[in-house]
Design a binder for this molecule. Structure first.
Ligand code: PA5
Length: 449
């Protein structure tokens, strides 16, 4: 089997190879801290060995539950936010056909999402779409107390129970949450829902290879064994014993920290395949929540290309020179589409006739790379031989491992997210949640100041 590969050649005009390699000892120390559990946030390192430690029994149980939901439901709602939603969405979008949901005799249930926003129209429209459908719910919350998914679940539970009765609803609801604590755990135990546990030592944004990600993607028909096998390959390829030069996660962490030091404060994750859009959304949360603290951290942003060349292209080419670009590139798309010949050739495209659309896309990618590098944008490239569960598994683990190393290199704890609480405190105070009386008073003073 091939593997995904990392190419930093086109970043080396901006930082030198010596600068990148000057990080070798630091990378080794960061990897050691991760593996020995001697760094900050060391009670959240469960993700590190997940791929190699996941058992056949665990996978079989996930597949079994997924099979039951697939049999019963034509639609499954995944409720969750942040790390409890983005991983599943990223994998499902990357691996399922973009228009599968339109097929009448499709073999997979349609997966829809809730609890990742508080949009009233969104929830109304979702409820409407579910009316008369055989649907189930996978309710995911590690803490079990997050407002967005709890609110959505309350609405969905009521709708499902009214449609099919309490006992059938119970068969169609699965909870993924903490083993002991949290409101969702209490609710699941009381209602008798089937549950899966998110290990205590795995934080939300690192949880895609737990049932948080694996259950929804298995329901969507993705081969979770291949996903886990790809991740296990990458676990080895980025291990403690791998020399710096051969460890893609260490090199990626080193080069992005050097670029950051040189003033490149924004990283754009770019793809040339729209199926990868949510891989970038997942990556943004992973790096944003892990590194953005203590007034530090590369700002993770993303673009879909060539789409965004027609919106953000100007900025990327000529705006402030504070960005670098990391392209997730696909060697071979799964399907072939040939540009047809057209006798009239009014669009002038006959010079492309007989070529694969991917050849055009590849030249757009290469042309963009050269233009952006000429324009002062360092380029890092991560290439997947093809988009399948095995390589996506590699990619996920690669980004997780690199994130741990990169966060330690930056000097922050990559495994906490204290800043996320600020908005929640204000929101609860504004909504007069019991227990937030003091904050309510303080906020009223701020609002009238
Ligand atoms: O990475 C994280 O920890 C967060 O993004 C969480 O995943 C997110 O806030 C959802 O939390 P929970 O799963 O507790 O509902």
């Amino acid at each position: 089997m091939k593997s995904i590969s990392l190419n930093i050649d086109k970043a080396l005009g901006f930082v030198t190879k010596e600068q990148v390699y000057s990080r070798e000892n630091s990378a080794a120390a960061c990897i050691r801290d991760l593996h020995k559990g001697t760094g900050a946030g060391n009670d959240f390192l469960g993700w590190l060995r997940l791929p190699s430690s996941i058992t056949n029994e665990e996978l079989a149980r996930i597949e079994h539950t997924a099979g039951a939901l697939r049999e019963t439901c034509e639609m499954v709602v995944v409720t969750g936010i942040g790390g409890s939603y983005l991983g599943a969405k990223a994998v499902i979008d990357a691996l399922n056909g973009s228009f599968d949901w339109l097929e009448k005799d499709r073999k997979n249930p349609v997966i829809v999402y809730a609890g990742h926003n508080i949009g009233e129209d969104y929830l109304y429209e979702l409820s409407k779409a579910l009316k008369g459908k055989r649907f189930g719910v996978i309710n995911i919350s590690k803490s079990g107390t997050t407002t967005e998914p709890a609110l959505a679940f309350r609405i969905l539970k009521k709708q499902l129970e009214e449609a099919v009765g309490k006992s059938e609803a119970k068969r169609r609801i699965v909870a993924v949450t903490d083993a002991r604590k949290g409101a969702l755990r209490a609710l699941a135990d009381q209602e008798g829902y089937q549950t899966f546990v998110i290990p205590d030592n795995v934080g939300g944004r690192f949880s895609v290879l737990t049932p948080v990600g694996l259950l929804p993607v298995a329901v969507a028909g993705v081969d979770i064994r291949q996903l886990a096998a790809g991740a296990a390959f990458m676990e080895k390829a980025t291990g403690e014993d791998v020399p710096f030069a051969d460890n893609p996660a260490a090199i990626y962490a080193a080069v992005r920290n050097e670029l950051y030091k040189s003033g490149k404060k924004i990283e754009l994750l770019a793809n040339f395949h729209p199926k990868l859009h949510y891989i970038a959304e997942w990556w943004k949360q992973l790096y944003g929540e892990s590194e953005g603290k203590e007034r530090k951290g590369v700002f993770p942003a993303s673009v879909d290309l060539t789409t965004d060349l027609h919106s953000m292209g100007q900025w990327i080419q000529e705006g402030e020179r504070s960005i670098f670009e990391t392209v997730v590139s696909i060697e071979s798309p799964a399907h072939t589409v040939i540009v047809p010949t057209d006798e009239a050739n009014l669009d002038g495209l006959n010079f492309l006739a007989g070529k694969r659309v991917d050849e055009v896309n590849k030249m757009a990618e290469l042309g963009t790379l050269l233009a952006h590098v000429d324009g002062g944008v360092p380029n890092i490239r991560i290439t997947l031989p093809e988009v399948n569960a095995y390589y996506i598994g590699q990619l996920l683990y690669f980004f997780e491992k690199a994130c741990g190393i990169s966060g330690y290199m930056l000097g922050v704890n990559p495994f906490d997210q204290p800043g996320v609480e600020a908005y929640k405190k204000n929101m609860f105070a504004l909504l007069n949640k019991p227990g937030f009386e003091k904050e309510s008073e303080a906020i009223q003073r701020k609002l009238t100041r």
